[in-house]
Design a binder for this molecule. Sequence first.
Ligand SMILES: [Zn+2]
Length: 172
Amino acid sequence: MKRHIILHPDPRLKKVAAPVADLSDELRALASDMLETMYDAPGIGLAAPQIGILSRLIVLDCVKNENEAQRPLVMFNPEVLAVSDDRSVYEEGCLSIPEQFADVERPAEVRVGWIDQNGNPQEEDFAGLWATCVQHEIDHLEGKLFIDHIKPMRRQMITRKMIKMKRDLARG
Ligand SMILES: [Zn+2]
């Protein structure tokens, strides 16, 4: 089932999400809904707070080439375990901040640990777009958006545009 994505600015996007204690069927169904919502958008990552659920759960799939197989990843309680000294810059966007993009600098490579949908601990090194995406999604669990990494002037400009967009959407 597709879920409704919350748009910035919204207090729910600024909250720290709570760790997931046990994997229930309900949580697995939620992860599958999040993947469906993400692919439908379309997007390459989605965090539970973006659909109004303050739990530490993210989904991502950064395979962009249509000839390549999809690689949906479901991460419960994801944690950045190590980061590279090397940094890289990507133009980021967010399903909660549609049509707005900005360059964000982050560590180029990260090691991430998480619990998968079967309850097994996983650990993997990510680079390139995957590294950027997983850091962006984990940020959501801390109530942090990609615009929190950019200059205040630009952040305020994007927020003003979003307020206007939400007003227009509400008018219909
Ligand atoms: Zn986002």
